[in-house]
Design a protein around this ligand. Structure first.
Ligand code: KG4
Length: 340
């Protein structure tokens, strides 16, 4: 059984994974309400909150600790003061309980999170089921990263495409801030967009050339700012649903176009969607509509595994077991993922 610890940003989380049964217990303590007051995550405050939350979560796993045979912890990427809280707890547990400890890359864990449901369906048949789904195009869209990656038959991860500036989640959050919505605003933009017209405002779609897989979201944010400068507060209040719908559409149509282009450039057996922005229902539907006509199964991470969570860390530690570790054994393109 693997006990995993996650503390890379503003969620403290612990999870227990049993390879024969799946994720048996997952706890998350979110600090979002605290950081909302400051309009973003305050690293020093987040770190202090991990310091108090992690031991409380661990207390909840106390009676299961004798069954644990392996520890896993998020090593990065993330906020250093936050990561160090989880790593310190994991190292202490490893020393006290004489258990092996493995460090997990948070972004690689997002890629593997699309396969948690495949494992849950048939734990004993997972290796064969996963092999039939590789090579896999993983779409990882979070507050800090926007990546299309290839997970190959040897479980190597290479970057296929990424944003040249802001991440898609960042575009949602910065757009929401300009619109006067609280942080993190992605889900609120989705909510208002439901009643709006996606064609009302022609916001830019990043890099339009089909052969160029790079994504760009910073021009979109600037276009929204210029649009808002032309509007009074009263006009903004009336136009909010249309602004949200058009803004969301500009993000989603770019992600869908680059996913389609990536699928046409290389051969894949499945597509995955994960990361916080994968909670967006319109995005889920649109990317499924890109994968399915090409005969590719769409593996979408469950909502509880989209944001930061320890379940995906425990699962990735197991899913990657046996892979060579250490920078020298990791292909160069994968190193970029490690450093993103
Ligand atoms: O970075 P991330 O994977 O994990 C957490 O820190 O929990 O996800 C956070 C990002 C934020 O940018 C947030 O606005 C975005 O995910 N997000 C959404 C939605 N839910 C969360 N973006 C668009 N639509 C949503 N429904």
């Amino acid at each position: 059984m693997i006990l995993a610890i996650e503390s890379s940003c503003d969620e403290s989380a612990l999870a227990l994974f049993d390879p024969a049964r799946g994720l048996v217990r997952e706890l998350v303590s979110s600090q979002a309400a605290e950081h909302e007051k400051y309009g973003g995550v305050v690293p020093e405050l987040a770190s202090r909150m991990h310091l108090s939350a992690l031991p409380l979560l661990l207390e909840d796993f106390r009676h299961q600790l004798p069954q644990v045979t392996q520890l896993a912890v998020t090593l990065g990427p993330g906020l250093l003061p936050c990561l160090s809280m989880g790593v310190t707890l994991a190292r202490s547990l490893s020393l006290a309980l004489h258990l092996p400890l493995v460090g997990v890359n948070h972004l690689r864990a997002h890629v593997h999170s699309s396969f948690i449901a495949v494992h849950a369906k048939d734990p004993a048949g997972f290796a064969a089921a996963r092999a039939a789904l590789l090579p896999h195009l993983g779409i990882v869209i979070s507050g800090g990263n926007t990546l299309l990656v290839k997970l190959d038959e040897q479980l190597r991860i290479t970057i296929v495409a990424r944003t040249v500036d802001d991440a898609a989640g960042e575009a949602f959050d910065k757009g929401a801030k300009l619109l006067g919505l609280p942080y993190p605003g992605g889900a609120l933009i989705e909510q208002h967009a439901q009643r709006g017209d996606v064609k009302k405002y022609p916001f830019p779609r990043g890099i339009p050339e089909k052969a160029d897989l790079r994504m760009s979201f910073s021009g979109l944010k600037t276009a929204l700012r210029y649009q808002l400068e032309k509007m009074s507060d009263a006009e903004l209040a009336v136009a909010l649903p249309d602004l949200c719908a058009s803004y969301q559409e500009a993000i989603i149509s770019q992600l869908a176009a680059k996913t389609a282009a990536a699928l046409d450039l290389s051969s894949y057996k499945s597509v995955g969607l994960s990361g916080g922005v994968a909670n967006n229902r319109t995005l889920r539907t649109r990317l499924t509509a890109v994968a399915q006509p090409r005969g590719l199964p769409m593996l979408i991470a469950e909502p509880k595994h989209c944001g930061d969570n320890a379940g995906m860390i425990a699962f990735a530690a197991w899913a990657e077991a046996g892979l060579p570790t250490g920078a020298a054994a990791v292909p160069a393109a994968s190193l970029t993922v490690d450093q993103a």
